[in-house]
Design a binder for this molecule. Structure first.
Ligand code: 5AD
Ligand code: SF4
Length: 467
C-alpha cells in the first residue's frame, strides 16, 4: 500500500523520555511500516518528522521546545510534516496547536492507530498549499496495542509493555492525565511476544508499565506473569520497571529473590522520606511502611540491588522535612538514585491544590546535597564488589572509548573492561572480575568467555544497541 496519494513518505522518529516512550516508538514504527511508510534514521531525508515526547518534568518539556525550534528552520527549506506524539501532545494540545504553527499533527499515546491517516491529511493539505492541524488525543480505557508487533532494533534487550496508564494519581505526576486509566494486556499476548523475542535472539526482556506491579488480568497478577516470562527458553534475564512500593506481595518478592532469571534489582521509588510530604504526594505509604518493605526485601536477600527516585523541594517542604529524606538515603544506602527537583506540571493535583512555594535556589541546594550524598554511598556500595567475579551481559562499546566494552551486572550496574584481544559480542554473558569502582561504574577484567553462545541477532561489539 502506498502512503497516501503520492509516493511512499519517509518518516523520521525522535524519542524523548522514558522506556515506555522507546517502546511506543517501536509500536509507531510497526504501524507506519504496515501502511507503506518508509522509516529513516536520517532527518535530512525525511518528509515527516515525528517527536515522541515526554511531559513528566520541566526539563523534558524544554528539550522538546528546543527541538521544535530547530525544525522551524528546516521546514522553511522544504515541504515537511511535523508531528508531536506522546505525553506532551496529550497534555498541551491547546498550547501546541495555538502557539506552534510549525506543528501539523498531534497524537496522544492512545491514538497511534490514527497516525497514518493524520500524516496523509497533513501532507495532502500541504501539497495543496494549505495548513491543517490534525489532532487525535482521546484517551482510551481499552487500547493496549496488543495486536501490534513492535518494530524493534536488533539488540540485547527487548521492552514489552504489559500494562498502560496509571490510576495512582500521585499529586505531582502528570502521567494519569497524559496516559489515562490503568489497563493490563492479557497474559497470552505477552507470553507470545516474549517467546517471539526470545526466538529472535534477544537475551533480556524488560517488562514495562507506568505502575508495572499493579498488573492484573483475570487471576494473573504481576508475580505470575514475571515468572512465566522468566521461564521462557532463551531468555536469560528479565527486568521490570517501574514498580510502586504499595504492590509488593510476598509472591512477587519470592519471584525476584528465587527465580534465577529474574534480575536481583528492585527499583523502589520513595519520592520523600517525610510522612507529611508523602501524604501530600498521595503515595499511600509512610516512611516506616516503606522501610519495613526494604527490610523484608533485604532479609530475603541482603545483596539485592535497590535503587530509587526522589523529588526534592515539593510544595511546602521544610528544611527539617527535607532532612528526613536525606537521612532515609543514609539509612537505606541505595546503590543509586534518580534525584529530581520538583517541577509543577499543568493539571496535576499538586498544581491545583498546593503552592509551588519552595524557592528555586533552595530546591537546587537540596538536589545538590542529595546527589553528593548518593554519589558517596554509590561509590561505597560499588566498592563492595572489589575482588568479586560477576556474570555480565555484554551490551557493546563503552560510552567513553571504543577500546572498552560494557555490559550490565545482574543488579543493573554498568561494568566496563578493556577489550584487548577479547572478542566479546553483545548478548554474550561473560564473567567479570571487578578490580575498581566509581559511583556509576565497575571496572573489570573478563575472566571467562566460554559461558554462553552469541545470540542470533548480535552484530558486533561496536555499538550499544539499546540503553
Ligand atoms: N517533578 C519532579 N519529578 C517528578 N517525577 C514525576 N513527576 C515529577 C515532577 N512533577 C519523578 C518521580 C518519578 C520519576 C519518573 O519522575 O520521581 O518517580
Ligand atoms: Fe505517576 Fe505515581 Fe503513577 Fe508513577 S505511580 S506514573 S509517579 S501517578
Amino acid at each position: 500500500m502506498s502512503a497516501g496519494s503520492g509516493p511512499p513518505r519517509h518518516v523520521h522518529i525522535e524519542t524523548f523520555g522514558c522506556q515506555m516512550n522507546e517502546y511506543d516508538s517501536e509500536l509507531v514504527r510497526a504501524l507506519l511500516k504496515r501502511e507503506g511508510f518508509l522509516l529513516t534514521e536520517d532527518r535530512e531525508r525525511a518528509d515527516v518528522i515525528l517527536m515522541n515526547t515526554c511531559a513528566i518534568r520541566e526539563n523534558a518539556h524544554t528539550k522538546v521546545y528546543t527541538h521544535l525550534a530547530d525544525l522551524k528552520a528546516l521546514k522553511k527549506t522544504r515541504p515537511l510534516v511535523v508531528g508531536v506524539l506522546g505525553c506532551m501532545a496529550q497534555n498541551l494540545k491547546e498550547e501546541l496547536t495555538k502557539q506552534e504553527p510549525l506543528v501539523d499533527l498531534l497524537a496522544g499515546p492512545d491514538s497511534y492507530r490514527q497516525l497514518p491517516m493524520l500524516i496523509r491529511n497533513a501532507a495532502d493539505a500541504q501539497e495543496l498549499g494549505e495548513h491543517v492541524k490534525s489532532l487525535a488525543v482521546d484517551l482510551s480505557e481499552y487500547e493496549t496495542y496488543d495486536d501490534i508487533v513492535p518494530s524493534r532494533i536488533p539488540g540485547v534487550n527487548a521492552w514489552i509493555a504489559v500494562m498502560r496508564g496509571c490510576d495512582n494519581f500521585c499529586s505531582f505526576c502528570v502521567v494519569p492525565y497524559t496516559r489515562g486509566r490503568e489497563r493490563s494486556r492479557e497474559p497470552q499476548g505477552i507470553l507470545e511476544e516474549a517467546s517471539r523475542v526470545a526466538a529472535e535472539g534477544f537475551k533480556q526482556i524488560t517488562l514495562l508499565g507506568q505502575n508495572v506491579n499493579s498488573y492484573r488480568s483475570g487471576d494473573w497478577d504481576f508475580a505470575r506473569l514475571l515468572t512465566a516470562v522468566a521461564d521462557i527458553r532463551g531468555i536469560e534475564r528479565v527486568r521490570f520497571t517501574s514498580p510502586h512500593p504499595k504492590d509488593f506481595p510476598a509472591s512477587l518478592l519470592e519471584a525476584v529473590v528465587f527465580h534465577p532469571n529474574i534480575c536481583k534489582h528492585i527499583h523502589l521509588p520513595v519520592q520523600s522520606g517525610n510522612d507529611r510530604i508523602l501524604a501530600m504526594m498521595n503515595r499511600t505509604y509512610t516512611r516506616a511502611e516503606y522501610l519495613t518493605l526494604v527490610e523484608r526485601i533485604r532479609s530475603m536477600n541482603s545483596r539485592i540491588v535497590l535503587t530509587t527516585d526522589i523529588i526534592a523541594g515539593f510544595c511546602s517542604e521544610t528544611d527539617e522535612e527535607f532532612a528526613h529524606t536525606y537521612r532515609l538515603l543514609e539509612e537505606v544506602r541505595y546503590h543509586s538514585a534518580f534525584i529530581f527537583l520538583y517541577s509543577e506540571r499543568t493539571n496535576t493535583i499538586a498544581a491545583r491544590k498546593y503552592a509551588d512555594d519552595v524557592a528555586q535556589e533552595i530546591k537546587s541546594r537540596r538536589v545538590t546535597a542529595l546527589v553528593e550524598l548518593q554519589r558517596r554511598i554509590s561509590t561505597e556500595r560499588n566498592r563492595e564488589y572489589l575482588g568479586e567475579t560477576l556474570p555480565v551481559l555484554v551490551e557493546g562499546d563503552a560510552k567513553k572509548s571504543h577500546l572498552q566494552a560494557m555490559g550490565k551486572s545482574d543488579g543493573n550496574i554498568t561494568v566496563v573492561w578493556e577489550k584487548g584481544n577479547v572478542p566479546c559480542r553483545p548478548g554474550q554473558m561473560v564473567a567479570c572480575s571487578i578490580y575498581d569502582a566509581s559511583a556509576s561504574t565497575l571496572y573489570a577484567r573478563v575472566t571467562d568467555l566460554s559461558q554462553h553462545s552469541t545470540p542470533k541477532n548480535a552484530q558486533s561489539c561496536t555499538k550499544i544497541v539499546q540503553p
